[in-house]
Design a protein around this ligand. Sequence first.
Ligand code: PTJ
Length: 261
Amino acid sequence: MYGIPASHPRYRSLLLRAHMAEEMERGLIVPEGLIAHGRGEAFDYIIGEKTMPFAAKAERAAAAHLLLAKCPVISVNGNVAALASKEVATLASSLPSLKVEVNLFHRTPARAELVADRLRSAGVREILGVHPTVRLRGLPSDRGWVDQNGILVADTVLVPLEDGDRAKALASSGKFVIAVDLNPLSRTARAADLPIIDELKRALVRVNSSVISLKRRRSAWARIVETTDGQELRRQALAHMADRLKRLARGSSQEQPPRAR
Ligand code: PTJ
């Protein structure tokens, strides 16, 4: 596909890049979105391109938080729509209280419609944020435009591939912020109450499985939430990356950089 030989050791990664480039040509993602994707790839390369225990724990805790929330919202930008619309739709159908809201940094009415169309084709029934009328306090960029029935009144917001200013503004307005970001050093990961240091698609699949398995175990939700320290999990991600790099630098045969995906 895309003229990339299937035998290439980084075939899946190259395929995904070609898909993202195509999404940029369609206008779903912005050129800056390609840069953000490349940054994510670099961090995932260091992590080892798989979900590590600190992420698995955060994903389970995210499910418990979303189940406990009165008004949970997932915020969707261009990159999220291009990478994981299907996973967003699956999560929204497993958790009917979850609202799906389009929120863009580089907002144009046409892009907001494109993101909404992509979500609709993936199976999301109700999409907020396409014509937002209110602003979130403390956020001067276009990300400040929010839906009065969504992020404005949300108590818990899941913000994948986010910008630090917005994560901070959401947290300062009293919302519980769950971020998905492969970069544990980002301002978003540092500002979030619960940073999930994992790749977006892997993270959403696991949050969804945990929602399904925890749905009937209401008594477990509060305990999971109380025993999870998001910032401690972020520090564990950093420690894992530092250890892995040290092992690789020593030439450990057990720890090869990722190859085929
Ligand atoms: O669609 P728009 O207009 O709202 O713009 C979206 C972008 C992505 C351009 C905007 O949000 C942006 O500039 O994001 P940043 O500040 O570059 O942050 C994106 C973060 O997501 C970076 O820290 C990346 O490491 C991380 N990231 C990239 N791809 C993935 C990821 N994290 C998890 N999974 C990924 N697939």
